[in-house]
Design a protein around this ligand. Structure first.
Ligand SMILES: Cc1cc2nc3c(=O)[nH]c(=O)nc-3n(C[C@H](O)[C@H](O)[C@H](O)COP(=O)(O)OP(=O)(O)OC[C@H]3O[C@@H](n4cnc5c(N)ncnc54)[C@H](O)[C@@H]3O)c2cc1C
Length: 409
């Protein structure tokens, strides 16, 4: 039996089959064959989720061979992309067409379908998660049929399907609303945490993208801004130059600020080579500062051995039914632990603070929430469950994790 593990090694599975379809009709055939064998089906993107979303003892579908662009409309700034396309490859393809995604998360190794399905996001108070870019999609359902939903004709179905964890079927293609290719000026600097806390609201307001990491060992932060620029893309000038920490036009200059410019798809993503596990919650934006303060306080008192940082980002409200940013301006706060070290007790302790702040967990990151907790946090929860029951009455696209999280027996 093939063995499968996720990126951090925290989730393992033994699927009966692993298949790599290279066309929409091949996806349909495989879903139908799994149905005939009464086997479960899960799709995997890059396996970068920390939760057992892709784990199955049935058919594991990887769309790595179903990638690339189907169609680009430069005038409308849209592109239809095959679901297995990795974000870094997509960035290059879109750049060649003069286009770019409005925002990206911290890394660009995920598949577009995986990033969309979990509500993967970057930072920026006015910028939605990756799923908000989806204005149309084609989905292979449990019967092997293809449904095509788009914003003008099927807004409800589209908003249900964007963040749907592979529960409604297999995305074949996704149509994205894009923007003209743009360059960004990135600035990164370190400072005492008190300064970060004092200037938090102003920096979020003054910068298109702002985030910080708090390092518990030193009690200092690393702050980052990313703002549009007309400066030429100069990766070589990634180098230490005098920068402007507080905003694009701020006058304060610090010799410790690193500055670089470049095209968005190159500058936004980082490379994360050290394996870790992560928990992240989306809390109402106004509760972000107090929630961070409580996490910091708790870590300093009770988890002094944890050296991995806490990340603080902002995210615009959206209309995807299961998006952690559904209908509310959001701050996301995440905690990390080295993949070689135990994390369950530390995460569970901090999770209490996130829950108290009405947090919604990132679907792809460690959490212990189940249906009883989650249904109160998502106004369209039961609508989603009804749609799931209509499309997948036999629960073909479920696994034990999803059954527990969604309360489906
Ligand atoms: C190093 C690292 C950095 C990260 N940075 C961020 C970040 O900055 N922001 C953030 O929000 N998250 C972040 N994450 C989490 C990550 O973006 C999500 O877990 C994302 O879903 C992973 O994408 P993937 O392609 O690996 O999908 P997988 O983890 O393989 O799958 C995720 C979900 O997508 C579904 N899926 C995949 N393909 C399809 C398809 N074709 N049709 C239907 N469903 C499908 C799967 O069934 C599963 O439910 C990070 C994770 C890691 C490990």
């Amino acid at each position: 039996m093939p063995q499968w593990t996720n990126w951090s090694g925290s989730v393992a599975a033994s699927p009966r089959w692993v298949e790599q379809p290279d066309s929409e009709s091949a996806i349909q055939d495989m879903v139908r064959r799994a149905g005939s064998a009464a086997a479960a089906v899960r799709v995997v993107g890059t396996g970068h989720s920390f939760t057992p979303l892709a784990a199955t003892d049935g058919l594991l579908l990887s769309l790595d061979r179903w990638s690339g662009l189907e169609q680009v409309d430069a005038g409308a700034q849209t592109a239809t992309v095959r679901a297995g396309t990795k974000l870094h490859a997509l960035g290059d393809l879109l750049f060649d067409a003069g286009l770019a995604m409005p925002n990206l998360g911290d890394v660009d190794v995920q598949s577009i379908a995986g990033a969309v399905s979990t509500g993967t996001h970057g930072t920026g108070r006015s910028l939605g998660n990756v799923a908000t870019q989806v204005i149309g999609l084609r989905l292979v359902t449990a019967s092997g049929e293809v449904v095509a939903w788009d914003e003008p004709h099927h807004p409800d179905h589209l908003h249900a399907a964007r963040v749907s964890l592979g529960m409604l079927g297999v995305f074949s293609t996704l149509t994205l609303q894009l923007v003209p290719a743009y360059r960004l000026l990135e600035q990164v600097w370190q400072e005492p945490v008190a300064e970060t806390q004092d200037r938090l609201a102003a920096r979020i307001a003054e910068n298109v993208r702002y985030e910080f990491f708090w390092f518990p060992e030193s009690d200092t932060t690393e702050c980052k801004t990313l703002n549009p620029t007309d400066l030429p893309a100069e990766p070589s000038a990634a180098d230490l130059v005098m920068g402007t920490p507080a905003g694009p036009l701020a006058a304060v200059r610090s010799p410790a600020t690193r500055r670089r410019t470049g095209w968005s798809a190159r500058v936004i993503p980082s490379i994360r080579s050290r394996l870790f596990n992560e928990m992240e919650y989306a809390v109402p934006a106004e509760r972000g500062p107090a929630c961070f303060a409580a996490v910091r306080d708790r870590m300093r008192r009770y988890h002094p051995d944890v050296r991995w940082p806490v990340e603080y980002r902002t995210l615009a409200a959206d209309d995807s039914w299961l998006s952690p940013a559904y209908a509310r301006e959001t701050v996301t706060i995440s905690i990390h632990q080295d993949a070689r070290l135990p994390y369950a007790d530390f995460f569970a302790d901090i999770e209490r603070i996130f829950v108290e702040a009405e947090g919604r967990p990132h679907w792809g990151k460690v959490h212990t929430r189940t249906a009883a907790d989650l249904e109160m946090l998502y106004p369209r929860w039961h609508d989603f469950l009804r749609l799931h029951a209509d499309l997948d009455p036999a629960g073909r696209f479920l696994n034990p994790h999803l059954r527990s999280v969604f309360g489906i027996g």
